[in-house]
Write a protein that binds this ligand. Structure first.
Ligand SMILES: [Fe+2]
Length: 378
């Protein structure tokens, strides 16, 4: 693997270090693709998503330099925040058309390989999981423009752009890392990206940002929580003051706070992120790996064409510790996180019969009695 000198296009504050990029050598790309094929073949029965049984073991067989890159990124305290892994060969014609609706079903073997690659790379950081209320709990998510969502704050928006945020900032079990793999991007739409370490100390050093004085609501991608849950009180920063974690989603946070100092500190932090965003234009076969606790991301506006060749990414959420959500997950492989509103007994999953609180989509069979009991309680 070698570092590529290529810089992201688009505007970038002069003092902000461009995101690191690594280009796979041909032999590394071939080894990754071969491991993905073995993962696909290892599934006892081909299902709608890859079987997770062999993911970690096969991840151990990836080339040393790939593993080293991901492990250094995982344990490093430098706050590097993200990087781009480039050079994954894709057969564009074999992927099929960019979806026009989500969720959807595909029989493409190339797409199965893409999903396996995402899971193998993710396994070098942690364990994949999903949210029951997002794309029916699927482990691998589609990101592509959808009719009617152009101006929304959803990943399927387009002309309106997507404001920067931490993924699922509202949720206590939000991802530690997020992998976005670009399948096609003919519009050269830019992903916006900024690290908390890019923010000057005077904007992130305020004690008040470490206090639980900030109000956040669920974002609109969650079919239940967005409608059922109210404001939650959080701290925006946590952890080491020299290299803090960040939890922020301005589009779903209140600026009108009882503590005026907290409101000013939040506004200053938001301004500082705005000034330090850089644009990352992903090309087909590139994966953007994001540290969801140390970086924010969004997407610049672009014009969707809905012609089957639109921008198309596949993504997966990765957690550092599955055990912290034990008893709160369901699905065929036990990785679909139940909505907070279900866990707290206030919500109903979209698609469940009216009046049945806490029902999960029919496509997700609860994986053990714990979840049955948890759902039944409510
Ligand atoms: Fe996001």
């Amino acid at each position: 693997m070698r570092t590529q000198a290529k810089s992201p296009s688009g505007r970038i504050a002069p003092r902000v270090r461009p995101i690191d990029r690594y280009e796979l050598r041909a032999d590394e790309a071939a080894a990754l693709r071969a491991a993905a094929d073995r993962l696909v073949a290892s599934a006892p029965h081909p299902g709608p998503e890859p079987c997770l049984d062999q993911v970690v073991l096969l991840g151990h067989e990836l080339p040393w330099e790939i593993r080293q890159r991901f492990i250094d990124f995982k344990i490093g305290r430098s706050g590097v925040g993200g990087f781009v892994l480039a050079g994954i060969p894709l057969d564009d014609a074999a992927l099929g058309p960019t979806p026009l609706q989500i969720p959807w079903q595909s029989e493409s073997a190339e797409l199965r390989r893409v999903d396996a690659i995402l899971l193998l790379l993710g396994s070098l950081l942690g364990d994949p999981f999903s949210h029951v209320g997002v794309q029916e709990g699927r482990l691998i998510l589609d990101i592509c423009p959808l009719h009617g969502n152009e101006e929304t704050q959803l990943a399927s928006s387009s002309s309106g752009g997507l404001a920067w945020h931490n993924e699922d900032a509202y949720h206590d079990f939000r991802a530690d890392w997020l992998l976005l793999m670009c399948l096609r991007n003919p519009q050269a739409a830019a992903t916006s990206f900024a690290r908390i370490r890019d923010v000057p100390v005077d904007a992130r050093g305020s004690d008040v940002l470490f206090r639980h004085e900030f109000l956040i609501s669920p974002d609109s991608s969650h079919s239940v929580d967005a409608n059922e849950l109210g404001l939650k009180t959080i701290s925006v920063l946590s952890g080491d003051r020299e290299s803090p974690f960040v939890r922020i989603d301005p589009a779903f946070m209140s600026r009108d706070l009882a503590n005026a100092d907290a409101g000013k500190a939040l506004a200053a932090l938001i301004d500082a992120f705005d000034e330090n965003l850089q644009d990352v234009v992903l090309e087909a076969g590139e994966v953007l790996v994001i540290d969801n606790l140390r970086a924010v991301h969004g997407r610049r506006p672009f014009e969707a064409r809905y012609d089957g060749h639109d921008r198309w990414l596949r993504s997966v959420n990765i957690t550092a510790d599955l055990r912290k959500s034990e008893g709160c997950r369901t699905g065929p492989q036990g990785r679909a996180l139940l909505p907070e509103s279900v866990r707290s007994g206030t919500g109903r999953v979209a698609g469940g019969p009216a009046g049945m609180r806490g029902r999960v989509p029919q496509s997700l069979e609860p994986h053990d009695a714990v979840v049955h009991d948890l759902v039944a309680e409510h």
